[in-house]
Design a protein around this ligand. Structure first.
Ligand code: 5CA
Length: 454
């Protein structure tokens, strides 16, 4: 891709309407554009990052045996009346009437619709567990949409739903998602910690929010710092192993402010390990038993007896993650962003120095691009006539993880190469490609071995 042909509308200065760095940067480098309050268009750079995040989320859902479906954004009010949430959900729900005067709504979440799909098809306990997910736009008419796509009205979410015969099996499903979420955020280079949290309008009494630390986050958190050292690496997708992992986390006091209790915090966490800060909620998992299955009559036959299925739901804010990664990775002081290679809009930028009567550096850049294409490294070339320092500044802001400079200094087959934000080195294209490929490998799923237990 040539930057001159790309649709990347970069602004000279930070837009004044944005107060947090992710919102500023996303507007500044043209990742999004607001269309109305809390509603955004996604431009190529932002869309690419979001799609890459979506793919990581998808792979980690598939890996634990969740099956992908796609439910519509518009739902009928009937099922919400059955569950009793139509009135409870209040003004956050966008209600619409169709031409037949039927009450419809733009889905803020999908517990009812997925329960309706389940109950018409599954009749026997032998088909359980069923784990389903979709990745779809949601709409919540937030009272105060703010911080760009972090708290907006239309957002992209992965939501999964589990159906089990009893509490024990449902707990197993819950724990599978618990592990899957840890893996997902690790692949995005985020250190997300699970915290006991309030269940709000989704309901139930067991729930964990997955939070990443950020000064600009909206969630207040109280935690034992040692929770960051818990390791999930050798956890198997088995009941015992998963229960042990959750226990390891739950051994440390770690809550959001709606669950905070000062005495308990001080009793359980030695002074030197206490951390009271802010964070961003990037995922939230819930267990609510038969809250929906009972009123909606979703049951299975278990040896001649009717059993209401036990359900949980599991959300990840796919679009919010774009902003959350910026909050976690952006170096404010030096104005440098570096996307994790797993979601970078381009993996490498080539910056040739170009003058009016000499395009030889651009030709070299095109050759490298062709080679990188063949080994699946995604490249953007800055083919403008700007000088090095403004090109570097631009790509520091866009956050491409690697940069190759082609100028007077490039001799023979060596090029100035740097990881964004670090010192440059003189290396050959083969050496450069090895470095990039190695970093990419670290972020792939290491094993796609069948962990799925059907
Ligand atoms: N049905 C459940 C689980 S699927 C549910 O809706 N959970 S939720 O309300 O916690 O939303 C899941 C995730 O979506 C949140 O963790 C958050 O990352 C993201 N999210 C929620 N509201 C917004 C919003 N207004 N803007 C951007 N992202 C949001």
């Amino acid at each position: 891709m040539l930057i001159s042909k790309s649709f990347i509308p970069i602004l000279k200065n930070n837009p004044s309407e944005a107060v947090i760095k992710s919102h500023q940067l996303m507007l500044r480098v043209g990742m999004i554009k607001q269309s109305s309050s809390g509603i955004y268009s996604w431009l190529p750079l932002g869309f690419k990052v979001m799609k890459k995040i979506e793919q990581v989320v998808r792979e980690e859902q598939d890996r634990i045996g969740v099956q992908e479906i796609l439910m519509p954004t518009i739902q009928s009010s009937e099922i919400w009346k059955e569950s009793g949430r139509y009135d409870d959900y209040g003004e956050e729900m966008l209600r619409i009437k169709d031409r037949q005067n039927r009450e419809m709504l733009y889905g803020p979440t999908n517990e009812e619709l997925v329960t309706e799909i389940f109950r018409t098809s599954v009749k026997s306990y032998k088909s359980l567990p069923q784990l389903l997910y979709h990745i779809q736009w949601k709409f919540r008419d937030e009272l105060r949409p703010r911080f760009g796509i972090m708290r907006c009205r239309e957002f992209y979410m992965k939501d999964a739903y589990s159906f089990d015969l009893n509490d024990e099996e449902a707990n197993f499903s819950y724990n599978k998602f618990f592990l899957s979420y840890l893996r997902t955020f690790q692949r995005l280079d985020l250190s997300a910690i699970p915290m006991a949290a309030d269940t709000g309008p989704i309901g139930g009494n067991l729930s964990h929010e997955f939070i990443i630390l950020a000064e600009t986050g909206e969630s207040k958190i109280y935690t034992d710092k040692r929770i960051f050292e818990v390791n999930s690496k050798n956890t198997k997708l088995e009941k015992k192993s998963l229960a042990e992992l959750r226990k390891k986390y739950e051994n440390f006091y770690s809550v959001t402010d709606d669950k905070f209790n000062k005495d308990e915090f001080e009793k359980n966490v030695p002074n030197e390990h206490r951390l009271n800060t802010k964070g961003i909620e990037v995922g939230h998992i819930f267990y609510f038993g038969d809250k929906y299955s009972k009123p909606m009559n979703a049951s299975v036959d278990f040896k001649g007896k009717k059993e209401f299925v036990k359900m949980g739901s599991y959300g990840i804010g796919v679009s919010r993650l774009v902003g959350a990664i910026i909050e976690a990775k952006y170096d404010d002081k030096n104005e440098i962003m570096k996307w994790p290679i797993s979601v970078a809009p381009y993996e490498c930028a080539i910056l040739p120095l170009i003058s009016k009567n000499d395009s030889s550096n651009l030709e070299k850049a095109n050759k490298i691009l062709e080679f990188f294409k063949s080994i699946k490294i995604d490249v953007i070339i800055d083919d403008t006539d700007e000088n090095f320092s403004s090109k570097i500044k631009k790509f520091n802001l866009i956050g491409i993880p690697f940069q190759i400079m082609i100028g007077k200094k490039s001799e023979g087959d060596k090029y100035e190469f740097k990881e964004t934000g670090k010192e440059s080195k003189s290396l050959s294209i083969e050496e450069i490609s090895k470095i990039i490929i190695n970093q990419k490998k670290n972020k792939l799923i290491t094993t796609l071995e069948k962990e799925i237990i059907f």
